[in-house]
Design a protein around this ligand. Sequence first.
Ligand SMILES: Cc1cc2nc3c(=O)[nH]c(=O)nc-3n(C[C@H](O)[C@H](O)[C@H](O)COP(=O)(O)OP(=O)(O)OC[C@H]3O[C@@H](n4cnc5c(N)ncnc54)[C@H](O)[C@@H]3O)c2cc1C
Length: 429
Amino acid sequence: MVKKVAIVGAGPSGLLLAHYLLRRSDKYQIDIYERRSDPRIIPFSKSRTFPISLSARGMNALRQIPGLEAAVKAISLEMTGAVFHQKNGKARLTPRKQSLFTLDRTSLVIVLLEKLNEKHDNSQLNIHFNCQCTQVDFAAKKAIFKQVETETDFTVDYDWLIGADGSRSVVRESFFGTELFECEQKYIPSDYKSIFLPRPDANVETNLKPDKIHTWTLDDSTIFLLLHQRDGTISGVIYFPHQNNQLIGLSSKEEVIKFFCEHFPEVGQLMPESEAAAFLTRPISRIITIRCNRYHQGNSVLLIGDAAHAVSSSIGQGCNAALEDVVLLNQLLDEYSDNLPTVIEQFTIRRQSDAHALVELGDYAFPASKSLLIEFIFRELISKTLHRLFPQRFSPSLFELISESTVPYSEILNLYQGWISKVKKSNQI
Ligand SMILES: Cc1cc2nc3c(=O)[nH]c(=O)nc-3n(C[C@H](O)[C@H](O)[C@H](O)COP(=O)(O)OP(=O)(O)OC[C@H]3O[C@@H](n4cnc5c(N)ncnc54)[C@H](O)[C@@H]3O)c2cc1C
């Protein structure tokens, strides 16, 4: 019998899951509910987006659906390393063995949507925008949604409900009414704002190479990350401490430009007044991390992606891990012949230690303090060299394992527990 699947959230994980399920012949009838408008029809300036880099795990997940990897690569820029900029104008390059692919979240979502619509008509798939899940009744297998524009409620029956609704998941919230569910939610100590710079004028000299991720760290743990985009524009994210940060005092576009010229001169010269003004009014966002003791409820509900294990963006793995969840889920559907109650229970069993390790790595793999940053760069360099020379005796560096391999996160955490403890300790001082 065809199973009625309701996916809450048309983000990267929900959309990729739809691709995978629809490939499993006609076993599933899929409805995706997304609280926001269709990103294909709203102007880019109105979408809340930020750059995302996809590494081995994410690309591996996309590759298994014909045409997806190529479509994503076609709108991404290939990154071959990272440049750590210093205040004195010097910079340190750390090359990568494998490239990263960077694009903004909205473009990734649009490509996943377009490919879904290209391959599947609405006999098996329907996508409902502006529909916000507000509640789930697990016993009755019903989810309640609000049509955002008309403010009217409607109810959906499901055989299988997927909570792919991000770090502030409503589906996950509903788990709290069930027995023995535990979930730890923490704010990371930094807030962030996105930055969008136009394509640099041809007559402006810049050392920001387009195929590198550029980062700066200030004494107060402000971290600035900048990436070129395929269309020649440059986007970035500035992370700054929630308390006592230097950005809170900025009140005019002139002050914004002065701040960037002083701390990130390479960027200050590229910032037009219009972006400085937009930066001032752009809301400050907070990131939460999530650790749950299970991802399934009963025999029919499952959390995936950020809803299950939101992670700090400092290691660039949230989306990669969200896409990797779909690969595991598909593997379990194969192993257990689409027996959903078993599959969702097994998902918790098989994913939990990696999801918890992912959050730990996100919190502590990349040091926030400037003093540990030099040691971090040094350690990466030494590990990479030793592994290249003696691959049997030395494992790849921490970041090679995180972003250039599909080695389970729990194994990586075990291997690098010493460094993680050191960063953790330094954060507590
Ligand atoms: C600044 C920043 C930089 C990042 N950089 C990287 C990076 O470089 N690499 C990387 O791998 N990851 C990165 N991430 C993390 C990445 O964005 C997330 O991990 C990823 O988007 C998770 O995908 P998802 O589909 O699980 O959830 P989301 O992308 O959050 O999508 C959830 C969807 O559900 C919808 N939704 C929410 N609630 C409801 C509801 N009640 N009803 C209906 N719909 C709902 C939302 O509108 C959204 O479209 C970054 C995150 C941030 C904030």
